[in-house]
Design a protein around this ligand. Sequence first.
Ligand SMILES: [Zn+2]
Length: 133
Amino acid sequence: MTVHRGSCHCGAVTFSARIDLTRETSRCNCSSCRKSRFWKAVIPAGDFTLETGADMLADYTFGGHIIHHRFCTRCGVKPFGSFTMAELGGPMIAVNVACLDDVSPQALDDVPVVYEDGQHDTWERVPAYTGHL
Ligand SMILES: [Zn+2]
C-alpha cells in the first residue's frame, strides 16, 4: 500500500491517501458519477488526510444524503466524497483516482476497474453499457 498525493485542478485542495491501486476501483452510472465521470477508490477515512483546502470545499448531497460529494469551489474538481457505511467498517472516503498526481498514465491504465449499476441501486451488478462512464 502506497501513500499517494492528489489535488483538485487549481491546487487549493490537496490530500494524501493510502491506496492499493492493485485492488479494484470503480466507476458507476448513477446520476452524479455519470455526469462527473467519477472514478473512485474507496478507502477507510483513517487512510485519508486532507492536507489543504478544507475551507475551499463544497459539501453536496442529494437523494438519500448519505454521500458527501466534496468539490473545490474555485475550480469545480471533485477530489473525493465521504460517507459512513457500517458494512464497510464505518467512515469511508471515495478518492477520485483521476485526482492523483503521482501515478503515471501507464500505471493508471493498469488499475483494475469494476463498473457498478448505481442508476438502479444495484451496485453489485455491471451496467449494460459502460463505455461512456
Ligand atoms: Zn480547485
